[in-house]
Design a protein around this ligand. Structure first.
Ligand SMILES: C[S@@+](CC[C@H](N)C(=O)[O-])C[C@H]1O[C@@H](n2cnc3c(N)ncnc32)[C@H](O)[C@@H]1O
Length: 300
């Protein structure tokens, strides 16, 4: 394969990407050309904050082509366009053969939740000490266990078995279904896992099947009427949707039941407490890398 690397101005990036696709590039990636320099620009804001910029001032576009002639033709055709006249060809070079599958797999190692509870990709052996294992590979939906918010929820499940075993559970914003599957491994039943993203719903069903656990996955309506009560409600989303969902999620918590929320930054604790205060008293019960886990229990 051959890699064509171009430097483009912000206004050119979209047209150049479209043109490279038309010219049958196998893949295209766009990076800040000024990354790791004093001119580096933040493109995305903090979670919940508006994106400060739509694109970088100067971008590096990397396009892969099957051979040298298709990469050279693409560069020549592009530079012949009037609007692309000041586009810079940074390099055009062969890409060394690699075992891409092995390289990708090597980036996903087993994740420890507790010494005996692990998330293990399908191509790895489970650690000898693991008695509970979620088998999960990276896919389209969020939730491989590598994010602190997911890990904190799973740790809560693993350390509150009495609140999980034999209990009806709602996983709201299930992504890959990792929390629902974790709850199932610790004896929860029945389990409803819901998400607004159809790809997440499918992923949850597939992952549940691969782990041999039973759950029902669907759109949020699946959680039934707002008064359908669950002894355990898990929701790892983000602070803004969690605040909007406060009345609904609180209503789903049964008497004596637990609410476990993640996706919240340390500085957002007070706003979440205020949003849930009419129904439940949230407390910070775990923290990792600037993220916090907030939990509450409804009086029995
Ligand atoms: C951060 S991921 C969490 C995935 C998984 N539960 C975990 O802990 O790793 C958040 C998920 O919530 C879903 N989501 C976002 N807003 C939602 C909403 N209002 N109702 C239901 N699901 C929502 C997203 O589609 C995404 O799959």
């Amino acid at each position: 394969m051959f890699e064509l690397v171009l430097l483009a101005r912000e206004e050119q990036v979209e047209s150049v990407s479209d043109a490279l696709m038309e010219l049958e590039a196998l893949s295209i990636s766009v990076e800040d050309a000024d990354a790791d320099t004093p001119s580096e620009q933040a493109l995305f804001g903090e979670p919940d904050m508006p994106a400060p910029k739509a694109g970088w001032q100067r971008s590096t576009l990397r396009a892969l082509f099957p051979d040298e002639s298709s990469a050279t033709d693409a560069a020549t055709l592009l530079l012949a366009q009037e609007w692309a006249a000041d586009l810079q060809v940074h390099s055009l070079q062969p890409v060394p053969e690699q075992d891409w599958v092995r390289l990708t797999q090597s980036q996903f190692a087993p994740v420890e939740i507790t010494p005996t509870f692990w998330i293990v990709p399908s191509w790895h052996e489970a650690p000898a000490a693991a008695t509970q294992v979620i088998r999960l590979d990276p896919g389209l939906a969020f939730g491989t266990g590598t994010h602190p918010t997911t890990r904190m929820c799973l740790r809560w499940i693993a350390t509150h078995e009495a609140a999980v075993r034999g209990r009806r559970v709602l996983d709201y914003g299930c992504g890959s279904g990792i929390l629902a599957i974790g709850a199932a491994l610790f004896g929860a039943a029945p389990i409803d896992a819901v998400d607004i993203d159809p790809a997440a719903i499918q992923s949850t069903r597939d992952n549940a099947h691969a782990n041999g656990v039973t759950l029902e996955a669907g759109l949020p309506e699946r959680a039934g009427s707002p008064s359908a009560a669950y002894p355990l409600v898990l929701a790892n989303i983000l602070a803004t949707p969690l605040k909007l969902l406060a009345p609904l999620l609180s209503a789903h918590v049964a008497a004596g039941g637990h609410l476990v929320l993640a996706g919240i930054l340390e500085r957002q604790a007070a706003e979440l407490q205020a949003a849930y205060a009419p129904w439940l008293a949230l407390e910070v019960s775990d923290r990792e890398d600037g993220w916090i886990l907030m939990t509450a229990r409804r009086a029995a």
